[in-house]
Design a protein around this ligand. Structure first.
Ligand SMILES: Cc1cc2nc3c(=O)[nH]c(=O)nc-3n(C[C@H](O)[C@H](O)[C@H](O)COP(=O)(O)O)c2cc1C
Length: 161
């Protein structure tokens, strides 16, 4: 699989098999993800590995597709809007990197926004100003959804003089 095939082939996975993901493998993918671009080498992300107690408290309707692993990716807050946006952008790149290396290993990611809710931020113990970029289920997919068509980029590209 080359990078383009991974980028195009990756899907947001809804449901997972119970097969465990060894922590060593998880850490390998997270280390790879940390090569995401980030301004001033801020590395403005943290990862929370969500244990069973916390997971129950989050009370996700679909239980993250029964994923064997659930992670929260947190982008650091900052003193200026520009730095906050840059941190969020870098942390989102981190999630995409993680998704792609996991995908190469046959493992899928279910990206959820549940970390945006105030009560869930509290459950996760997220500091004020930090942003939960995603709470993601990680595991071997039971099935892979068909790709959703994208708008051809020719329609969304403008050429400036
Ligand atoms: C910031 C962000 C938040 C997302 N939150 C959710 C979510 O709460 N629930 C969900 O089903 N998918 C969520 N997704 C995944 C998108 O639904 C999914 O990427 C999109 O439908 C395109 O499908 P694909 O990733 O399989 O190409 C999120 C994606 C991003 C980037």
């Amino acid at each position: 699989m080359n990078v383009k095939e991974a980028v195009i082939g990756r899907r947001n996975i809804k449901q997972f098999k119970p097969d465990p993901i060894p922590n060593e493998q998880l850490m390998e993918w997270l280390d790879a993800a940390s090569y995401a671009p980030n301004h001033r080498m801020a590395q403005p992300w943290d990862v929370l590995v969500i244990g069973p107690e916390t997971r129950e408290k989050l009370n996700h309707k679909a239980n993250f597709g029964d994923a064997p692993v659930v992670l929260a990716i947190v982008a650091h807050g900052a003193g200026t809007e520009m730095d906050r946006e840059e941190n969020l952008t870098a942390a989102a790149s981190f999630v995409q990197n993680f998704s792609l290396v996991a995908y190469e290993a046959g493992v899928g990611v279910r990206w959820t926004s549940v970390g945006g809710k105030a009560e869930n931020r509290e459950i996760l113990g997220v500091s004020e100003g930090d942003v939960v970029v995603g709470v993601i289920g990680v595991g071997h997919p039971t099935d892979v959804p068909a790709p959703k068509t994208r708008t051809p980029m020719a329609e969304k590209t403008r050429y400036l003089p």
